[in-house]
Write a protein that binds this ligand. Structure first.
Ligand SMILES: [Zn+2]
Length: 99
């Protein structure tokens, strides 16, 4: 009666896949299918490792989403920051090269 029950592993348990929302199109996708952008002291950068500290936002790896997210200010809104023209152009260029 004193025996403590070991943590049972449910056979039906599905591995949890973290999901994120693209700030441009609003589509929910697996985190690894999206590109993370992070706000740093030097502006907004693409976080290829997905591990950089800071406020982050996600975009689909599609030029259309990058343009919409960057030109309509959605990314800035999500990151609570203002992009310099230089920074914006650099990110749009990165988005174009994704396709
Ligand atoms: Zn998208």
């Amino acid at each position: 009666m004193t025996k403590t029950k070991a943590k049972s592993i449910k056979p039906t348990a599905v591995k949890h896949i973290p999901q994120r929302t693209c700030v441009a199109c609003g589509r929910v996708r697996a985190k690894r299918e999206l590109v993370r952008l992070v706000r740093t002291a030097d502006g907004v950068e693409v976080d290829t490792s997905g591990k950089k500290a800071g406020r982050g936002a996600y975009l689909c790896p599609a030029a259309g989403c990058w343009e919409a997210g960057l030109k309509k200010g959605r990314l800035e809104h999500t990151l609570h920051t203002a992009l310099t023209e230089d920074n914006r152009e650099r990110l749009i260029k990165y988005g174009k090269e994704l396709e």
